[in-house]
Design a protein around this ligand. Structure first.
Ligand code: NAD
Length: 413
C-alpha cells in the first residue's frame, strides 16, 4: 500500500527518536494526534442545491501551548495529510521555541470552481462545525493553501458571533484592520533571510556579492530575495511556474516584482536572459532557495546542485534521497521547519498582540522576529553538531526535545 504523508511523518519521528534515544512512552504518544475531528458541512450552493463538504481539524500536541496551524481548501485534502501536517506544525513551533503546539485543518473542495458566496458559506459552516474545539486559548487556525486573510476574517466573525464578543485571537493571518500584525506578509521571507545570514557565518561565506538563486517568486521567494539583495547579495537567478531569468551581475528584485505584476511572469525581464527551471536549481551559486513546490531536489538531480547552502523556503522541496546526496557533498541545508518558521512565529506575535489588545510597530515585529530566528538557528546548529547529524535531524531533535520535556513536566509520560 502506498505510503501516506502520515506514514512519512511517523517515519521521520522514529528516525529522530533513534538518534536521540527517546523514551519509548513519549514516542508512543507523539506518534498520534491528540484529537482529529471530522465534519460534514452542508452548504447552500448558488443554484439552490445543498452540497455537503467534508472537513477536518487535527490537533497533534499541545504540551507547549494551544494548537496552531493553517486550514487548506483543496480537492486532494485527506485525513492522513491533515494529521501529518499537524505533526509537522508541532515540530515547527518547537523549533521556533514558541509556546504553541501543532494543529492543521482542511476542507475537501475546489474553491476555484466556487463563487465568493459559496466559499463564504463553506468557511462559516466549517468554523461553526469545529468551534467547540477552537478558541484563542485552545486552537488557533491560520491561512494555508487557497485560504487567506479573507477566510480568516469570516472565521473570526463566525466565532465572535458564537461567543457574543470579538475574539480576534482565535485565528491569525487576519487583515490588519481587524487585528492582523504588521510584518506578517514579509515574515516568512525575512525568516529565510535571517537563517541564511546565520548559516553563511558558520560556512564562512560572505553574503556581500554572494550569488543567490531563488526558485518560486511568490510570497516567500520575493521577500527572501528582497532581503538578501538588500544585504548585499547578488540575486542572479529567479523563477516562477513559467520559467526562470538570469543576470550574472544580479537582478533588481523589486523591478522584477513590478515586471511580474504587469506581465504575469518574471520571463523577459529587461536586461536578463530567460532560462529553464532546472538551470535555476542547478545554478553555480553560493545560496539556493527553493520556494515553490515539494520534491524539487531529489535523487535524480541532487548531484547536479552547485549551491553551498540551501534554505528551504517551501515546505518539503528536498526529498530524503536528495538530502542524502547533499549531505555527502557537504552542502548545508536549512530545513523547512526552521527556514520558513518566520511565518508561524509572526502569527504567534499576532496572537500575543490580540490577547494584549496592544499593537506593535513594524520595527518591533522585525526585531523580535530576527532575535527569535537567530536563536532558533543556533539551537538547531548546536543539536546537529552534538548528534553529528544534518540540520534537518538537528531541527527535529530540537523540537522533539522541547515537546517531550514539557510532556514530562506535565506528567504525561
Ligand atoms: P505563492 O503561491 O505566493 O508562490 C509560489 C510561487 O511558486 C509562484 O511564484 C509560482 O509561480 C511558483 N511556482 C509554481 N510552480 C513552479 C515551478 N514548477 N517552478 C518554479 N516556480 C514555480 O506561495 P508562497 O506563500 O510563497 O509559498 C511557497 C511555499 O512556501 C509553499 O511550499 C508554502 O507551503 C511554503 N510556506 C509559505 C509560507 C508563507 O507564509 N507564505 C510559510 C511557510 C511555508
Amino acid at each position: 500500500m502506498a505510503k501516506t504523508p502520515y506514514d512519512m511523518a511517523v517515519a521521520q519521528l522514529e528516525k529522530c527518536a533513534k538518534i536521540m534515544d527517546l523514551d519509548q512512552n513519549a514516542l508512543e504518544i507523539l506518534k498520534y494526534p491528540k484529537r482529529v475531528l471530522s465534519v460534514y458541512i452542508p452548504v447552500r450552493m448558488d443554484d439552490g442545491r445543498i452540497k455537503v463538504f467534508r472537513g477536518f481539524r487535527s490537533q497533534h500536541n499541545d504540551a507547549l501551548g494551544p494548537f496552531k496551524g493553517g486550514v487548506r481548501y483543496h480537492p486532494d485534502v485527506t485525513i492522513e495529510e491533515v494529521m501529518a501536517l499537524s505533526m509537522w506544525m508541532t515540530w515547527k513551533c518547537g523549533v521556533a521555541g514558541i509556546p504553541l503546539g501543532g494543529g492543521k485543518g482542511g476542507i475537501v473542495c475546489n474553491p476555484k470552481e466556487m463563487s465568493l458566496g459559496e466559499i463564504e458559506r463553506l468557511s462559516r459552516g466549517y468554523f461553526a462545525a469545529i468551534r467547540k474545539i477552537v478558541g484563542d486559548n485552545e486552537d488557533i487556525p491560520a491561512p494555508d493553501v487557497n485560504t487567506s486573510g479573507r477566510e480568516m476574517a469570516w472565521f473570526m466573525d463566525e466565532f465572535s458571533k458564537y461567543k457574543g464578543y470579538n475574539v480576534p485571537g482565535v485565528v491569525t493571518g487576519k487583515p490588519l484592520e481587524i487585528g492582523g500584525s504588521e510584518g506578517r506578509t514579509e515574515a516568512t521571507g525575512r525568516g529565510v533571510w535571517v537563517t541564511v545570514c546565520e548559516a553563511a557565518k558558520k560556512k564562512g561565506i560572505s553574503l556581500r556579492n554572494a550569488r543567490v538563486a531563488v526558485q518560486g517568486f511568490g510570497n516567500v521567494g520575493l521577500y527572501s530575495a528582497l532581503f538578501l539583495s538588500q544585504s548585499g547579495a547578488r540575486v542572479v537567478a529567479l523563477s516562477d511556474s513559467k520559467g526562470g531569468i538570469y543576470n550574472k551581475e544580479g537582478l533588481n528584485v523589486q523591478a522584477v516584482a513590478d515586471h511580474k505584476s504587469k506581465t504575469g511572469s518574471v520571463l523577459n525581464f529587461p536586461g536578463s536572459r530567460n532560462i529553464s527551471n532546472e538551470e535555476v536549481l542547478e545554478m553555480d551559486c553560493e545560496v539556493l532557495i527553493p520556494a515553490a513546490l515539494e520534491g524539487q531536489v531529489n535523487g535524480n538531480n541532487a548531484d547536479r546542485i552547485n549551491a553551498k547552502l540551501i534554505a528551504e523556503g517551501a515546505n518539503g522541496p528536498i526529498t530524503p534521497e536528495g538530502d542524502e546526496v547533499l549531505y555527502q557533498k557537504g552542502v548545508m541545508v536549512i530545513p523547512d521547519i526552521l527556514a520558513n518558521a518566520g511565518g508561524v512565529s509572526t502569527s504567534y506575535f499576532e496572537w500575543v498582540q490580540n490577547l494584549q489588545n496592544y499593537y506593535w510597530s513594524i520595527d518591533d515585529v522585525r526585531n523580535k522576529l530576527d532575535d527569535l530566528m537567530v536563536k532558533a538557528f543556533n539551537n538547531v546548529f548546536e543539536k546537529a553538531s552534538k548528534y553529528q547529524v544534518d540540520m534537518r535531524m538537528g531541527a527535529y531533535v530540537c523540537a522533539v526535545d522541547r515537546v517531550v520535556k514539557a510532556m514530562k513536566l506535565r506528567g504525561w509520560v
